[in-house]
Structure formats: structure tokens, C-alpha cells
Ligand binder design. Structure first.
Ligand code: ATP
Length: 138
């Protein structure tokens, strides 16, 4: 692991990714955050968004791979970046039609004036859907 570190993405259901990478960018609760090898250990809360990473061996300015996370936590320790998320999907596994439908449903709820709308829940669903569409580049 000359230049790399291991990026591991876990949900309660499955291991989404375990790959040697050279850099990672995550959606921290306070903004996007880059991690390179030998970053100081830390734990950061994540928001729904896109995790971007460059696989080991890819040139420094090369393209990123992308996955969507619905929130969770990042832990950086010696040569390992661990993302623990309620849900996460690699870009290629994202069902774009489903994410569009979820986005439209959430927007309709947020626009609705009906009583009993759980605004925070609809807002969170909207953010998950937008993260998926962004990761899938739709
Ligand atoms: P929906 O309303 O479409 O179910 P959601 O945001 O409520 O969306 P989650 O509760 O975050 O869905 O996720 C439930 C499961 O479905 C997780 O395993 C997640 O990875 C998967 N999932 C949700 N949306 C998609 C999608 N667009 N493409 C692929 N997998 C998805």
C-alpha cells in the first residue's frame, strides 16, 4: 500500500465497498472534506451526499468514482477510511427512476399545505434522492 489507504463503506445490510484508494472526498455535516493518506485520525458526522474517491493507481488529477450516502459517520484511522451509513449505493447501482420518483414525492409533500406533513422527514427524503441523482449524474 505504497500510496494508498483502504476505503470501506458499510451499511447495516451490507458491505458496499472495500477498495484501496489514493484520496476520498466526503459530505461532512459542515461541508465537503478531503482525506489523503496519513490524515490525522478523526470522526465526522456525514449528511446525505456524494462520496468521491480515486482508486489507488489512478493519476492524481484523474476522474473520481462516486457513491451516494444517506448520512452516517466517517472514521479516519491509520491507513483506513471507514464510512458507516444507513444506506449507500455505488453510482452504477443507483436506480435513477426510483430516485426521481422519491425526489418528486418529497417535493410534492414539501409544497403541500395539507395538515400532518412531516416536513423534516420529507426534507431528508429529498436530500437522499438528490444525493443519488448527483452520484448517478442525473
Ligand atoms: P425510496 O422512497 O425510493 O424507498 P428512500 O430514500 O426512502 O427511497 P432508503 O430508506 O434511504 O430509501 O433506502 C432503503 C434501501 O433502498 C437501501 O438499501 C438503499 O440503498 C436502497 N435504495 C433507495 N433508493 C435507491 C435507488 N434510487 N437506487 C438503488 N437503491 C436504492
Amino acid at each position: 500500500m505504497a500510496e494508498g489507504m483502504v476505503l470501506e463503506v458499510l451499511t447495516p445490510e451490507r458491505s458496499v465497498l472495500r477498495e484501496e484508494v489514493r484520496s476520498v472526498v466526503v459530505p461532512g455535516a459542515c461541508g465537503y472534506l478531503g482525506v489523503l493518506r496519513r490524515h490525522a485520525p478523526m470522526v465526522v458526522k456525514l449528511r446525505a451526499g456524494v462520496v468521491k474517491y480515486r482508486p489507488a493507481g489512478r493519476e492524481a488529477g484523474g476522474p473520481f468514482e462516486r457513491l451516494a450516502v444517506s448520512g452516517g459517520f466517517l472514521e479516519v484511522s491509520q491507513d483506513r477510511v471507514l464510512v458507516l451509513a444507513p444506506a449507500a449505493e455505488l453510482a452504477k447501482d443507483i436506480d435513477v427512476m426510483r430516485a426521481r420518483a422519491a425526489r418528486d414525492r418529497a417535493r410534492a409533500r414539501l409544497r403541500s399545505r395539507e395538515a400532518g406533513i412531516d416536513t423534516a422527514r420529507a426534507q431528508a427524503a429529498l436530500e437522499r434522492a438528490l444525493a443519488r441523482l448527483l452520484a448517478a449524474r442525473e
